[in-house]
Design a binder for this molecule. Structure first.
Ligand SMILES: Cc1ncc(COP(=O)(O)O)c(C=O)c1O
Length: 426
């Protein structure tokens, strides 16, 4: 049993779960900021990283550690770090790799928040994020120079559902001695897509979405694949004397786990975006049913997409599960179990009739959310993309009648009946 590789469905329940002295089935929530040090020598060893143990919950916590262990097990990584949000997971990852004066090269098909973090906030502190003309290996490669420290893509872009060619991008990154970072939020905690299987080095994931699965907490994770060669000479903060740790060389001290240790001991220590132990508990609970939820949601998405495709008031359906989607082939390669629980539709009609449709729905929440147990409909033109100029909206494919849909756990026949009455209302 010990050397038998466990399936995802088993790991989502048993990963990180250790029966403690209380013999509880439930996972203990440790609502504590600090930990007793039995001796000052022990404390000193913790602070120099020569001994492992708990110091302060900003750095680690027993509940959060169990959750991180489960995430690492699901992705097959050498370690994980839980953060307060998906955005902070990206921030800690990029700032662990690139300093002011250096750059990363990113796909243009990014979640809007990530786009802003890259082209405004990180630029303002001197880290340049170069957005490629597309996410193709050629376009990304064209922007790499001697100061590039990573490639960044979303496995499936939000909201376009464009799928990155992870294998080809990993090859480009490695030929330049830089890691490939994949935001795998749409990969649903590794159930739909595991970028490590295709050569990615670091994964970030907005746990707020499918990992939590019930819209009850914010969170993010960073997962370290443990395969990148930090000794390649480009990362002296990992393979070199650490300024924050008395000259300790993290690569020599922690080997394959050097990157995720750096994210924790430097990034989390200095930026402080830790999750609460209660939220870590909610994530862990969510993970126990991840595969079941995603399976149901994907099945429902196919049915709703088919229904919409045949409805006379729907102009266009964009669903990566259909073979007319530009990323259908790549989705078949990289995404398992039917690819995605997100689709977009464009209604016939006007901005006003689209708003009327959204407001007529009774079973779908009008929210900016995906991966929730409640079905969600988002109207990008009046929410996520409202601040864009008309021209920028057009370039991003955001029309006044476009809707992003994320299916939840309801019976899809009820969802379709609800769409029917809302479409009749316009
Ligand atoms: C692909 C992707 N990455 C990152 C984020 C940010 O995650 P969070 O909202 O947890 O900060 C989101 C949020 O929607 C997302 O869709």
């Amino acid at each position: 049993m010990a050397d038998r590789k466990l399936h995802f469905e088993t790991l989502q329940i048993h990963g990180g779960y250790h029966v403690d002295a209380s013999q509880s089935r439930g996972i203990a929530i440790h609502p504590t900021a600090a930990y007793h040090f039995p001796t000052c020598e022990y404390a000193a060893n913790l602070f120099t990283l020569s001994e492992a143990g708990y110091i302060y919950t900003r750095l680690h916590n027993p509940t959060t550690a169990a959750y991180e262990e489960r995430i690492a097990a699901l992705y097959g990584g050498v370690g994980a770090l839980a953060t307060a949000s998906g955005m902070s997971a990206i921030l800690l990852t990029v700032t662990a790799l690139a300093n002011a004066g250096q750059n990363i090269v990113a796909s243009p098909y990014l979640y809007g928040g990530t786009h802003n973090q890259f082209v405004i906030s990180l630029r303002n502190v001197g880290i340049e994020c170069r957005l490629a003309a597309s996410d193709s290996a050629e376009d990304m490669k064209a922007l790499i120079d001697e100061n590039t420290r990573a490639l960044f893509v979303e496995s499936m872009g939000n909201p376009t559902c464009r799928v990155a060619d992870i294998e080809a991008l990993a090859e480009v990154a490695h030929s330049h001695n830089i890691p490939l970072i994949v935001d795998n939020t749409f990969g649903a905690g590794g159930y739909l897509c595991n970028p490590f299987e295709w050569g990615a080095d670091i994964i970030t994931d907005s746990a707020t979405k499918w990992i939590n699965g019930h819209g009850t907490a914010m969170g993010g994770v960073i997962v370290d694949g443990g395969k990148f060669d930090w000794g390649c000479g480009k990362f002296p903060a990992i393979d070199g004397p650490s300024e924050g740790y008395h000259g300790l060389n993290l690569y020599e001290a922690f080997g394959k786990q050097a990157f995720i240790v750096k994210c924790r001991v430097d990034g989390m220590r200095d930026f402080g975006c830790c999750p609460s132990p209660f939220d870590a508990y909610l994530m862990m609970l969510g993970l126990e049913t991840l595969s079941l939820r995603v399976k149901h949601e994907v099945e429902s998405t196919y049915k709703l997409a088919e229904y919409c495709r045949n409805h006379p008031k729907v102009e266009r359906v964009s669903f990566v599960g259909f073979d007319d989607h530009p990323s259908h082939k790549l989705a078949q390669k990289y995404f398992r179990h039917g690819a995605s629980a997100v689709l977009t539709i464009e209604l016939k009609g006007t901005l006003e009739s689209t708003i009327k449709f959204v407001e007529s729905l009774r079973l779908s929440g009008n929210m900016t959310m995906i991966g929730d147990s409640i079905s969600v409909v988002t109207h990008p033109a009046s929410t996520t993309h409202k601040q864009l100029s008309d021209e920028a909206k057009r370039a991003a494919g955001i029309t006044p009648t476009l809707l992003r849909i994320s299916l939840g756990l309801e019976n899809v026949e009820d969802i379709i009946a609800d769409y029917e009455q809302a479409l009749e209302a316009i």
